[in-house]
Write a protein that binds this ligand. Structure first.
Ligand SMILES: [Ca+2]
Ligand SMILES: [Ca+2]
Ligand SMILES: [Ca+2]
Ligand SMILES: [Ca+2]
Length: 327
């Protein structure tokens, strides 16, 4: 599976080489209800723009299509050179229309910025990606400098185990009106999946990077800069997100540890500190992580390569009130 995204209490799945999106209503006790939306060709990536509104990137043909509404009729948004594609969405210029950012890993890796407008998208604007970044496994849209506009963070991998070159994040600041400026880069191991949220509660978003070289937490130090990464886990980590899964008011870090075949929850207790880690066993070969939040429950979902199975675990709400210091 290459993507797992929460969508109104459901999990969307997109398997490598499959030409369908799975839409799964997830339950711990009652089993699952799954439907599949057929695609015209295998897809590389998927972004959720809203309820029943998805952008799908097809690297084989270079097409990015929009599936809108209950009938999921695809409309081509843009056509690029065939190349592996990543897609992410946010309103970059704050005009009320969702915009798309597409990373394409052709001969010359590029970011394509597609501004949404009434009835569709404007033609793509091109922003060169780092030429040393051989592949772009992850795209994250977050207002990293907290000045009010969403910025673009691309996770770039460069080396091979035989000839390692440091992987890195490339930060593109959203200067004004949705134009992107290639700002700076931060070295980090394993930027295969990215998430951002203010985990240490200082008002600035922090970044969680996970991949085959472990899980790494980078705190923001202000003005869009990141501190050097803290290692959270070694081994292969197939996904990581910040969520308040135990609902105690503090973000927790959820990791899918492929090496240990389990989901790990680092429960946040405030100010970037964590209670002892909780473990949930999953099936063989976990490849993607999703968190389903409903009014009455939080579910952790692991998609497992072995038999294309899923494992679901329910998180108990934290019993004690949030800890306060200095009282
Ligand atoms: Ca917009
Ligand atoms: Ca910004
Ligand atoms: Ca922070
Ligand atoms: Ca929590």
């Amino acid at each position: 599976m290459t993507a797992a995204a929460g969508d109104e209490g459901r999990v969307l799945s997109l398997y490598d080489g499959w030409d369908a999106i799975g839409v799964h209503e997830v339950h711990v006790d009652k089993g699952w209800r799954s439907t599949y939306v057929k695609l015209s060709e295998p897809a590389d990536d998927l972004a959720v723009l809203g309820p029943q509104r998805w952008a799908v990137a097809h690297g084989e043909s270079g097409r990015v299509v929009l599936l809108d509404g209950d009938d999921h009729q695809p409309a081509t948004v843009a056509q690029f050179e065939p190349a592996p594609l990543q897609v992410a969405s946010a309103d970059l210029n704050r005009d009320g229309h969702i915009d798309l950012v597409v990373a394409s890993d052709g001969q010359r890796p590029l970011l394509h910025l597609l501004h949404g407008r009434a009835g569709g998208f404007a033609p793509p604007e091109l922003v060169p990606l780092d030429p040393k970044g051989r592949t772009t496994p992850s795209l994250l849209l977050v207002d990293i400098d907290q000045e009010g506009h969403v910025d673009v963070v691309a996770g770039l991998t460069t080396g091979t185990p035989q000839s390692p070159i440091p992987d890195h994040l490339r930060i593109f600041r959203n200067a004004s009106h949705g134009g992107l400026v290639d700002e700076w880069r931060a070295q980090v191991r394993s930027p295969h999946q990215l998430d951002a949220a203010d985990v240490d509660e200082d008002g600035l978003p922090d970044i969680l990077a996970t991949g085959p070289d472990g899980a790494w937490l980078q705190h923001s130090s202000g003005f869009g800069w990141l501190d050097s990464p803290d290692k959270l886990a070694g081994g292969t980590v197939s996904g990581g997100v910040f969520r308040d899964v135990d609902r105690n008011g503090h973000l927790d870090i959820v990791l899918l540890r492929a090496d240990k075949q389990r989901i790990e929850v680092h429960p946040g207790i405030g100010a970037g500190r964590f209670a002892p880690t909780l473990h949930y066993d999953v099936g063989a070969g976990p490849v993607a992580l999703a968190v389903v939040e409903r009014p009455d429950e939080t579910l952790l979902v692991s998609a497992n390569a072995d038999g294309r199975s899923f494992t679901t675990a329910k998180v108990e709400a934290a019993r004690s009130a949030p800890h306060r210091s200095g009282t």
